[in-house]
Design a binder for this molecule. Sequence first.
Ligand SMILES: *Cc1c(COP(=O)(O)O)cnc(C)c1O
Length: 380
Amino acid sequence: MGLSKTIWATPTEYLRNHAPDHPVLFFSPATLQATARRFIAGFPGLVTFAVKSNPDEQVLANLVAAGVSGFDVASPAEMDTIKRIAPHAAMHYNNPVRARSEILHAVELGVKSYSVDSHSELVKLGELVPAEGVEVSVRFKLPVEGAAYNFGAKFGATVEKAVELVTLAAQLGYTTSLTFHPGTQCTDPNAWKTYIQAAAQISREAGVNIARLNVGGGFPAYRLTDVAPDLAAIFALIERETDAAFGDARPALVSEPGRALVAEAYSLATRIKAIRDDEHVFINDGVYGALSELHLIGVIDRVRIYGPGAELRTGETRSRTVFGPTCDSLDKLPSELALPLSMEEDDHMMFYGVGAYSTATATRFNGFGQITFQTVQSHG
Ligand SMILES: *Cc1c(COP(=O)(O)O)cnc(C)c1O
C-alpha cells in the first residue's frame, strides 16, 4: 500500500520496456468509462452490468464511476463483491435457479429483483422472499438465430409457461416483469425484435401489465476487423419495437450487457514461442487462458504483431494456424489469422477487445496462464 501504480501510455510502451515472457492483459480505465458512458447515453432505459463477464474489482469501480447503478448478479460471491464496491447499487439476481441458502443470502443483502423460469423456483421464492417492493422477472426463451452462442439451452421458460408464471408472480403480489437473453455477441438486431413481440404477447395473454422488460445482454463487441457492431441501430430497434408491441402498456426497459461494456477495455499481449517449420504459430496463451471463449464463439482477428523494439510488423501477410501453449489439441484458435511474413519468434502478438470472459474464465492448465495485469491510458 502507499505505492503508486505505473500507468503506461499504451501497451507498446510497456512492451518496449519489458518484453514480457508471460501473457499480459492491459486494462484501460478510460476506455472502459467511455464505453460505459456511450452505452448509458444510447440505451433507452436502465443499464445494469452482467458481473460474470468481468468481475475484476477495478472494472466494477470504474463502471460505477461511469454511472452504472445496477448489476446483474448470479451468486452470493458476486453479490458480496457488489455490496462492498457499490453498496447502494441495485442488484438483479438473474440466475433463475438458486439454493434456498443463496436466496436467503440475497434477502439479507436487500436484493429486490429476481428472475425465474420455472414453477418450482417461483414457489421457492414465494416462501422465502416477502413480496413487498420486490420484482420477479419471468425469463422466457424463443428459438432465435443471430447470436454466437445459444443462451436458451439452459434457461428460459417457453412462451406458454411464461404466461402461467407471470400470472402466478402477480398473484403472489410481486411486481411482475419479463426478461430474456437473446444470446451473446448478437450482431443481428432482429433477435431483439422477436423477443419484444413475444413479451407483449405473454403480458396480454396473462392479463398482467408488466412493470419492466429486461432485454438482456447479448450486445455485440468489436471482434472482427470487418464487422463493426452497430449498437445505435440495436438501441433504436429496441425502443421502436417496444413502443409498437406494448402501446400504452409500455414497460420501462432494462438491459444487462456484459461483453459490450467491458470487451474494449482490455488488450492482451502474447509472445510468439515458435513458428514451427515456418508453418504453425505457437503463442504463450490460448483457449485455457485469456482466449478461453474463442473456441465457443469464434476468433478475434483484431491482432497486431510487434517486433523486439515494439515496432509494428507490417507488409504482406499469410494465413496461419495459431496454437496456444498447452499440450491439448483443443488449444488452437478456431480460425486462421492473416499474419505478416516479417513476423519472428519472440515477437509479441497483441489481441484487442478481449475484456469479456477472459480473466473470468482463465485457468492455469498445464502450468501456463500466468497472466499479469498492467494499466494503460489507451490501447494505442
Ligand atoms: C451472461 C449474461 C448476461 C451478459 O451477456 P453478454 O452477452 O455478455 O452481454 C446478461 N444476462 C444474463 C442473465 C446472463 O447470464
